[in-house]
Design a binder for this molecule. Structure first.
Ligand code: AKG
Ligand code: FE2
Length: 409
């Protein structure tokens, strides 16, 4: 990563965060023609689930142009209608995916003091934390101001820029500039995950190439400029992807205080395993255990569709940066997780649901602004003046953690 002025990025991020936190949120996926054009796709998803897309033609250098076009068209339809789809043909064996889930589950089954050996600490503090990497216990993650019922390890692309001294003086760090904190146990976790990150990064690269083709941006010219608006524009801006990977365990949500005495089925509507949100970056490749009914995706009519796992497939969604690049032609769709524990118990961990999302993101210093062709096609003014992915990420890191823990969990 190129040298990056962290202080500038941080102060821009802080002011953006303050400015946006008071702005009412736009309705999800507004469309001018939501009663006609989108009726059928909504009904289709409600009956058949989200579309399934095979990405193999963008991973195979010998695939035919027509196979790639078919895939690209399917991606465009899925992104216009839902912003979510299942991805197959990625080439990562199902046994490897199962191992990733199993290793995460084994980590979460450890006693809390062992998990806290890789605890996330605030940047600038004496523990050398960077506010982002490491283990966070139940209730530390916050979405929309509410605590999520989850524990997680957060890993990021290693920081390749200059490492500056944190605000607390020598030995302290700036936000995101620390090393990843890998657990010692299970001993094989780190090696297996590092190999997986390489594989899933290749899938992310193929996916953003397919997305450029899906938008019909036209073939890349040899020696094209980084910001040339051709079908490789996303791939160039993600060539040093500042990826994020989370290992998450969601214990079943507890019954609310009132419902414990009244109707046990009735649950606190303000409690979420992960509150409704959009993802920050480019594309998310979500791997989850087989628990049904946990992840829900908001359709354009406002209803919530369960996105249950399909064996061997990733659940993919586009994030805020793709929405910005496409000037809203493809929306970064709201989703949430509600795991009540009635879907059965999976191995160790007492009914916890485990997922491992991989966020394939733009480069930290990638300047993301609406593409001219998408602005013209959307027929609406530019939705954003443009800023770096790093600035956007920092606003999210600041709004994501809860510093005074609830004690009733
Ligand atoms: O665990 C899941 O199913 C989704 C997690 C998620 O949406 C996220 O971490 O952004
Ligand atoms: Fe998400």
């Amino acid at each position: 990563m190129a040298v990056y002025d962290m202080d500038d990025a941080l102060s821009t991020a802080r002011s953006r965060h303050t400015a946006t936190s008071t702005t009412p949120k736009q309705p999800t996926n507004p469309t001018t023609d939501s009663t006609s054009r989108y009726d059928r796709p909504i009904a289709a998803a409600q009956e058949d689930g989200l579309p399934i897309i095979d990405i193999s033609s963008f991973l195979d250098p010998n695939s035919s142009t027509s196979d790639r076009q078919t895939t690209a068209q399917a991606i465009n339809a899925a992104c216009v209608n839902y912003g979510f789809f299942y991805l197959t043909g990625h080439g990562i064996p199902t046994a490897k995916l199962d191992e990733i889930i199993d290793l995460a589950r084994r980590f979460f089954a450890l006693p809390l003091d062992r998990k806290n050996q890789i605890k996330r600490f605030d940047a600038g503090g004496p523990e050398g934390g960077d506010s982002a990497r490491g283990y966070q216990g139940l209730g530390e993650n916050v979405t929309g101001g509410l605590q999520d019922m989850q524990e997680a390890i957060d890993l990021y692309r290693p920081w390749n820029g200059v490492e500056e001294e944190g605000d607390g003086g020598p030995g302290t760090r700036k936000t995101l500039q620390g090393p990843n904190l890998w657990p010692d146990e299970p001993a094989e976790l780190r090696g297996v995950y590092e190999a997986y990150i390489k594989q899933v990064t290749e899938v992310g690269r193929a996916l953003v190439r397919a997305m450029g083709a899906a938008l019909n941006l036209g073939p890349a010219q040899p020696n094209a400029q980084r910001d040339a608006e051709d079908e490789d524009v996303f791939a160039r801006h993600c060539d040093e992807s500042f990826w994020v990977m989370r290992m998450i365990n969601y214990p079943p949500l507890p019954p609310s205080a009132q419902s414990a005495h009244a109707d046990a089925q009735q649950q606190d509507p303000n409690q979420f395993s992960c509150g409704a949100h959009t993802d920050y970056g480019c594309v998310t490749l979500l791997l989850a255990d087989p628990t049904p009914g946990a992840l829900q995706v908001q359709l354009k009519d406002g209803t919530w569709l369960p996105a249950d796992p399909v064996p061997g497939a990733f659940v993919v969604n586009v994030g805020d940066m793709i929405e910005r690049w496409t000037n809203g032609l493809w929306k970064s769709t709201m989703h949430r997780v509600i795991h009540r524990g009635d879907g059965g118990v999976h191995g160790i961990g007492g009914g916890g649901r485990v997922s491992v999302p991989f966020f394939f993101e733009p480069n930290f210093d990638a300047l993301v602004k609406p593409l001219g062709k998408c602005v013209a096609e959307s027929g609406t003014p530019r939705i954003h003046e443009g800023s770096t992915y790093g600035e956007h990420l920092l606003t999210k890191v600041f709004s994501n953690f809860y510093y005074s823990k609830r004690t009733d969990w």
